[in-house]
Design a protein around this ligand. Structure first.
Ligand SMILES: Cc1cc2nc3c(=O)[nH]c(=O)nc-3n(C[C@H](O)[C@H](O)[C@H](O)COP(=O)(O)OP(=O)(O)OC[C@H]3O[C@@H](n4cnc5c(N)ncnc54)[C@H](O)[C@@H]3O)c2cc1C
Length: 446
């Protein structure tokens, strides 16, 4: 028996546990995590996303302090409440050593970059960003584990099977080994890696959901000098583009100056992502270009669509594909000798040189090619033949579950938070969602 069971030890689950432990010394708090403790994790395979710290453990550690980026909490909280919470969470990360610096773009620079972007058909989204860096992010999450060790029980290497309810109230969680933990409140924080599981649970529990679009695209890698004028001011520069051919909203995402491209394992699917270290620099910068794909009827499964496109790329490349932009334009595959001659040397060494036009839908590829051409006007060199494209990058977001302002579902005592609730898409809002749910739980159980 426990007072509160938290499913998932990613940033959302950790911040929920921290807040509960901080505000009450009476509550019995249990976290169930399918992966390992943080010191036992490695940066490869499934371990990369699961275990203490979740996907945050090896993330780039960019905290984007904006109500418009990294989630949809602004649809539930008013702007000033959310800004206050974002600052509070930033303060918690910043209270740890080596939490990195804040990048804020000066108004003059905002005006200059916006004007250049407009001429290129782009919208520039200025943001305030803290960059922690991968190794520091890992250390901070490890410190949080130590802080909670004596206060919160964590069951590792164990998957939550089902969330249990009776009438309209949550009663606990069953684990994969058959154990049942009875609880007064359950906070589900399963992340993107648990999005299929969460969708299944929502269906089983009769929760109202609506699909979130899937984001599909490529990871772009180029010499860091190409983006330097932008990244030295803002670290991450966000641009939005409405494509000429399809009028789709296309956007840059997760920019990693001097960073590296990494493989991400989602079940049996291999996709790409990027990050950068705080203390080590590569010669390259990477960022994603993503297009949202949404469906209504008769097909309403964006996650299934994204998985199918990623599987196709995996089938052709036996994993992740990398292609020179020049080869894509010339209608030919990149082969190992062409890749060797490329001025941008890949930081992801086990990607297969290949042809992305065989696996990316025409619509998405057209959107990406158009945006690269526009970005070239803001940062000359982006559209070079030597720019590398890795595929596929996919962001699966769980179906968005109907939640109230306290992130409680229609089932009393059941809260769903973080990326797995389809309500957040990044570290800072996921962490905020943990605090919001913890405060709601405290109001209910104390
Ligand atoms: C390479 C990389 C770089 C990134 N860089 C950034 C960045 O710079 N800035 C940013 O804002 N975001 C970044 N992100 C995204 C960020 O890491 C996530 O948005 C964040 O971790 C989401 O937190 P979460 O707690 O909701 O989910 P997660 O961190 O995914 O944690 C969910 C946890 O739940 C566990 N779980 C799932 N289902 C079950 C179950 N049934 N039973 C038990 N346990 C379960 C999982 O094992 C996992 O540990 C990056 C991600 C990656 C992979």
């Amino acid at each position: 028996m426990a007072d509160v069971v938290i499913i998932g030890a990613g940033p959302a689950g950790i911040f929920a546990a921290q807040e509960l432990a901080k505000r009450s010394d009476k509550l019995d708090i249990v976290i169930v995590e399918q992966g390992k403790d943080i010191v036992e994790r490695s940066r490869s395979g499934r371990d990369m996303l699961v275990g203490w710290g979740g996907a945050g453990a090896y993330s780039d550690g960019k905290l984007t302090i904006s109500t418009d980026v990294g989630g949809q909490l602004s649809t539930l909280l008013n702007e000033s409440e959310l800004l206050e919470l974002l600052d509070e969470v930033d303060g918690i990360y910043a209270s740890h050593e080596s939490s990195g610096g804040l990048y804020t773009v000066e108004p003059d620079d905002v005006a200059r970059i916006s004007a250049r972007a407009k001429l290129a058909g782009l919208i520039y989204v200025p943001t305030k960003v803290r960059h922690i860096g991968t190794e520091n992010c890992y250390t901070i999450l490890k410190n949080m584990r130590e802080e909670l060790r004596s206060r919160v029980k964590v069951i590792f290497n164990t998957r939550a099977r089902d969330i249990l309810k009776q009438g309209g109230r949550v009663t606990g969680v069953s684990l994969e080994d058959g154990t049942v933990i009875e609880a007064r409140a359950v906070i589900a924080a399963p992340g993107r890696v648990g999005s299929s599981w969460m969708s299944g649970q929502a269906k089983q529990l009769g929760l109202e959901t609506r699909p979130n679009p899937v984001d599909l695209g490529v990871r772009v890698e180029l010499p860091a000098v190409v983006m330097e004028a932008l990244t030295e001011k803002a670290y991450e520069t966000k641009f939005i583009y409405y494509s000429r051919t399809f009028d789709d909203r296309v956007r840059t995402f997760c920019m990693n100056p001097y960073g590296e491209v990494v493989r991400e394992t989602m079940g049996d699917i291999l996709t790409v992502n990027g990050h950068s270290w705080a203390r080590t620099r590569t010669e390259n910068t990477n960022f994603a270009i993503l297009v949202s794909a949404d469906f209504t009827e008769p097909f309403d499964d964006p996650i299934g669509y994204g998985e199918s496109v990623a599987r196709l790329a995996n089938m052709l490349g036996k994993g992740v594909i990398v292609q020179r932009l020049g080869d894509l334009h010339a209608g030919r595959r990149t082969n190992p000798s062409r890749l060797l001659r490329c001025l941008t040397q890949p930081t992801l060494h086990d990607a297969t040189p290949g042809d992305l036009s065989y696996c990316l839908p025409y619509r998405i590829l057209t959107d990406i090619v158009e945006m690269l051409s526009s970005l070239d006007e803001v940062a000359p060199g982006v559209n070079s033949a030597h720019t590398l494209l890795y595929g596929i990058e996919v962001k699966f977001y769980s179906n968005r579950i109907k939640l109230d302002r306290g992130l409680e579902t229609e089932i009393e005592g059941l809260y769903v938070i973080g990326d797995g609730a389809g309500i957040t898409r990044g570290l800072i809002q996921a962490s905020c969602s943990g605090i919001i749910a913890a405060r709601s739980v405290l109001r209910r159980v104390e």
